[in-house]
Design a protein around this ligand. Structure first.
Ligand code: HEC
Ligand code: HEC
Length: 336
């Protein structure tokens, strides 16, 4: 038996082993697992070299001390983005900044300044950003944001060349008319990064470009096939595949897989029907699924559900229009 009061070597060893063990289980494995699962959003472009350099400057200048880049799922955040942020939005952080530097997801925790998730949509002008970074008071009179004048160069007017990006600082902010203020490469990269901050819109896409649209005639002929339910596959392509993907596998960090989903395979189909009717927001690691109550009839929902229950290797009992109707009626009794 070790006497921990006297044997400080064992005491220290136990502490270190427990600490390393817990860190691995609680932090390292889940983080690694999460990172492996996250996939980029269909329209979420990767950062260009210049934008990536801008990200480095954003980090080194400590902009995250006053700015968040996360839209929370609460009403007061609606003005910062159309939807709450999801892990796939931070896909860029999978690529390291350098061998020694990880690329952090700069969520931020304090909003002394506005959230920047979609600032590229709000402020698309280079000139505005450059002036604002040189001295925020030039464009926003009451701003308390610090100026970043060291990201600019004060150059003698005679030395300014055509390639230089000169910013037009108003007289009251610069009293020396022998000089011009020239943007450095660093600040141009930073502006490129700020302009790249645009939330990917998930809810206004009918079908993504990579899915070839059927002509009306083709779609109609498939739907008219001797069958008392409409064409579930085509409806799935139109209404669901933008998120859950054509192969039913979803996108890690954004949309769950329907292939092998316990909810889709469940013989009790009430929850599945309820999700399609009412939408779903049960787990933080996924986005929000919209409601389809007003968009789809009972027969259409049954047809889509059957497509999901019998495709991509799924083999579950199918449902009827009547099943959907029952759930819809029941849900109506719940809402006054
Ligand atoms: C001390 C806190 C603070 C720091 C540090 C800070 N900001 Fe700001 N920022 C603000 C405040 C407050 C505002 C709102 C007033 C304004 O527009 O100037 C703002 C506004 C902005 C805006 C305009 C947002 C919009 O919605 O129009 C951008 C872009 C911005 N900051 C970028 C940056 C960048 C890039 C850095 C780092 C180089 C940075 N900020 C550092 C406080 C800060
Ligand atoms: C805008 C994106 C989007 C669209 C369009 C969409 N879904 Fe979803 N769906 C989601 C998200 C996100 C979840 C998970 C929500 C959560 O758990 O927080 C989900 C969950 C589900 C689930 C539960 C699966 C499981 O295992 O968790 C089913 C079933 C489902 N969706 C069916 C459908 C059907 C059928 C359609 C077409 C009528 C559809 N979805 C259209 C985003 C979408």
């Amino acid at each position: 038996m070790i006497n921990l009061h006297k044997d400080h070597e064992s005491l220290l060893t136990i502490i270190i082993v427990v600490f390393l063990g817990l860190s691995t289980v609680i932090a390292i494995i889940p983080a690694y697992d999460m990172q492996e699962k996250v996939t980029p959003l269909p329209k979420g472009l990767d950062l260009t070299t210049s934008e990536r350099n801008g990200l480095k400057i954003y980090i080194s200048e400590g902009c995250a001390a006053c700015h968040t880049q996360q839209v929370r799922s609460i009403a007061m955040d609606n003005k910062w983005g159309k939807r709450p942020s999801i892990p796939s939005d931070y896909y860029y952080s999978k690529q390291r900044l350098s061998f020694l530097q990880q690329s952090p997801s700069i969520l931020g925790s304090e909003r002394t300044g506005p959230d920047l998730t979609s600032v590229g949509t709000r402020q698309p002008s280079d000139d505005w950003h450059l002036l604002h970074l040189y001295n925020p008071r030039i464009v926003v009179k009451e701003s308390i944001m610090p100026g970043y004048s060291w990201l600019f160069e004060k150059k003698k007017k005679s030395a300014v060349s055509e390639k230089d990006v000169v910013i037009n600082v108003p007289k009251e902010f610069m009293n020396d008319d022998k000089y011009d203020i020239v943007a450095t490469k660093e600040v141009l990269d930073l502006v490129a990064y700020l302009k790249s901050l645009k939330q990917v819109d998930l809810y206004n896409t009918s079908s993504p470009e990579f899915i070839p649209a059927l002509t009306k005639k083709e779609a109609a002929s498939i739907a008219n096939e001797a069958n008392n339910l409409p064409d579930g596959e085509q409806l799935y392509i139109d209404k669901c595949s933008a998120c859950h993907q054509l192969n039913g596998e979803g996108l890690g960090g954004a949309f769950p897989s329907l292939k092998g989903s316990p909810i889709v395979l469940d013989e009790n189909h009430d929850l599945m029907i309820q999700i399609i009717l009412q939408g779903y927001d049960a787990r933080a690691e996924y986005a929000v699924m919209p409601s389809f109550t007003d968009q789809l009839t009972d027969a259409e929902i049954a047809a889509i559900a059957n497509h999901e229950k019998t495709s991509w290797g799924n083999k579950a009992p199918t449902i009827s229009e009547e099943d959907v109707k029952k759930v819809r009626e029941y849900l109506k009794t719940l809402t006054p």
